[in-house]
Design a protein around this ligand. Structure first.
Ligand code: NAD
Length: 356
């Protein structure tokens, strides 16, 4: 399988990059025939097999795909650890070719690479992959989740549980910061996609007022027709006046430019990497804005797939999601008592859990 071993770009020292980041391992494969270049980054297996989705996106170059896999894999470790799951973190990144001629063959080849990890990495669905793709992966490996299941189950879609978890995190943050429940609280949601739209419905059921935006206006219109929600333009959502800003679209939305325009008391949403830089957490802390770290707020989807892996009943799985409320509340209390940003405390607790 010599063509399956990708040498890596000559100007990029992957060994240095991994060692400097105290990383478990990064595996790079290439198969010319199926046009597949796959990077499997396993940050840690100290707590158990690494779980993390499989991205299939176009990248400007191989280095950025490797960096993406490395960063995402580490984030998965922190997420598993903070939610006390018996898993490490990893991620796979497939550098999407212009056209995938045979999707089934493409994901079969990827499954072969997953098998080469000997159970240290369990893959799942992520940006650019679907549950159908994971069914192809399942045809060749047992180390996969997030596929369409035949049997009766709560849901095949982690987004439902991610949204439920984000609602718990918002309600814990509101109770901590504002001393109230969700009734009458205004939440501005950026992104009416899988998670944002379900979160919107859950919040309305709890008596909150919702403002929402999406670059796809039809998604906003569908919610406006069904519920009493206020449509907000994409350019205004970050700076709209609200109690809670819930980024549920894309990363990097809280940055040097947008931070000065914020008119919220709490930031708590599903999007990964909401802060353009971790130093922004310090600035938010000084401004008195409570930022609930993304990986703490959006862990519901991971709890769901981890529950699937061990075969929890729906009841047990839902009780693990509900426990997020107390977990977030405790972490917010620790951060308050130490006068530190929640991100700093959360990172420390996650690292302690990884090393334990
Ligand atoms: P999605 O693709 O279904 O929804 C994202 C929505 O954001 C889309 O409707 C898109 O049109 C909209 N959007 C994109 N750019 C926007 C912009 N500039 N302004 C407003 N809207 C914009 O994705 P999702 O599954 O709902 O996930 C949302 C976020 O949560 C992502 O960052 C994802 O990585 C993260 N996340 C999702 C899960 C999950 O279970 N789905 C779990 C953890 C984290």
């Amino acid at each position: 399988m010599t063509n399956d071993v990708f040498k890596g770009p000559s100007n990029y020292n992957i060994v240095d990059s991994i060692q400097s980041k105290n990383y478990g391992g990064v595996h790079i494969f290439h198969c010319k025939q199926s046009q597949l270049t796959a990077i499997i980054a396993i940050h840690s297996t100290k707590r158990g097999p690494a779980i993390g989705g499989c991205r299939c996106l176009e990248y400007s170059d191989t280095n950025s795909a490797i960096e993406d896999a490395i960063n995402l894999g580490r984030a998965m470790s922190y997420k598993a650890a903070i939610h006390d799951l018996p898993h490490g973190g990893g991620k796979s990144v497939l550098i999407k070719p212009k056209n995938i001629h045979n999707r089934q063959a493409y994901f079969h080849k990827f499954a072969e690479y997953v098998n080469q990890m000997s159970g240290k990495y369990i893959t799942s669905v992520d940006s650019g992959t679907s549950t159908t793709d994971m069914n192809y992966v399942l045809e060749k490996t047992e180390f996969v989740l997030g596929y369409n299941r035949q049997e009766e189950h709560y849901s095949n879609d982690p987004s439902v549980l991610t949204a439920k978890g984000v609602k718990h995190a918002i309600s814990a943050a509101v109770s901590h910061k504002l001393g109230s429940d969700l009734k009458g609280i205004t939440v501005a949601i950026q992104g009416a996609g899988n998670v944002g739209s379900i979160l919107c419905e859950l919040l309305i059921k709890s008596g909150a007022k919702v403002k929402i935006s999406d670059i796809d206006q039809s998604k906003v219109n569908a919610l406006v027709e069904k519920h009493q929600v206020e449509a907000i333009s994409n350019s205004d959502i970050i700076s709209t006046e609200c109690d809670v800003l819930a980024p549920c679209a894309l990363g990097g939305v809280i940055n040097e430019e947008s931070i000065g325009n914020l008119r919220c008391k709490i930031i708590c949403g599903a999007a990964n990497n909401q802060l353009s830089d971790s130093m922004i957490a310090e600035s938010l802390h000084k401004m008195g804005i409570l930022y609930v770290p993304d990986y703490l707020a959006n862990g519901g989807g991971l709890i769901f797939v981890a529950s699937n892996y061990i075969g929890d009943t729906d009841g047990v799985m839902l009780s693990k999601i509900d426990a997020m409320h107390e977990r977030v509340k405790n972490i917010l209390s620790i951060a308050s008592s130490e006068h530190k940003s929640v991100l700093e405390v959360c990172n420390r607790l996650a690292l302690e859990n990884i090393e334990r």
